[in-house]
Design a protein around this ligand. Sequence first.
Ligand SMILES: [Zn+2]
Ligand SMILES: [Zn+2]
Length: 347
Amino acid sequence: MKAAVLYSPGNLVFEEVEDPVPGPGEILARVKLALTCGTDVKLYRRGHPYARLPNIIGHEFIGVVEDVGEGVSRDIVGDTFVTMNTSPCGSCFFCRRGQENLCVRLGEEIIGFTRPGAYSEMIVVPRRIWSRYYFRVGEGVDEVEAAFLEPLSTVVHGHSVIGGVSGDSVAIIGSGPIGLLHLQLSMIGGASSVTVFDRHWEKLRVAERLGADHVVNVREEDPIKFVSDSNINGGLGFDTVIEAAGKREAWELALKLVRKGGRVLFFGGLPKGVEVSFDSYMIHYGEVSVFGAFHTTPRSVRRAYELISSGRLRLRELISGEYRLRDVREALESMARGVSLKCVIRP
Ligand SMILES: [Zn+2]
Ligand SMILES: [Zn+2]
């Protein structure tokens, strides 16, 4: 079969590889479509602490069950399904406390990192992952939208960490795919207004189309001045600020946009060791609550699939283009240039 193999950062080769065979408990699927993700871009350009190279990359996909390994019922052969890229173990300290996103064994099996990924004609899904996460994509569910399960579930988890945004004026820093998912969940969650900050008009226009109340291009307008001049809490700042850019400047900006007594959710991770600075006054005298959210939990994954099936989200708006598998490098390059949101890859 054909697949895109990453040998080392920057060195992605579309080539013929051996057909995979499902081991005991595993399923073999034909990849129907895969999505690109910011993490794939990072992995492609710089490598990733969890990744074992060379490996076939790609981790957001829809598949059709082609064959099953020993001990798996053949009833599922022919199913179109979506799963996740990893699964918690269910028994460690964190899993037993319902904090499965922090599972100590999360890094053991990750599709596209430690296991062959989805930029490929076929993929094997380990038992640990599909036995926990297996959603048959039924009729009436858009297959491209279903492939958003993993990124959407992390955003759902972020909202559960802060207990929702009902009635809040919300600021979202970053209008990439993750920021745009936060925008849609905030609107569904009853935010009183949503303002999106970014550096690129192409992305801000999508936020506008999706219903953002205000968009601010931080290259053209001072975001702090925007808040003081606005009628958002009389210029005091936002009730909730969601950082979804994964940049140090964005982290620092978040604490300048929030009102006293408000909340900040740091959603975009920074490399280990990066220090950020902020005025401690806001945390103590301003009683700002600060949250972090990482990865997702089984509850949030189920909720994400419910949302996808409900058709209430406009996920196709986040697709910038379609590429063939042999052109996956081009898709990743266009994302790296900041012009694409997400791309569909079809084998
Ligand atoms: Zn992803
Ligand atoms: Zn665990």
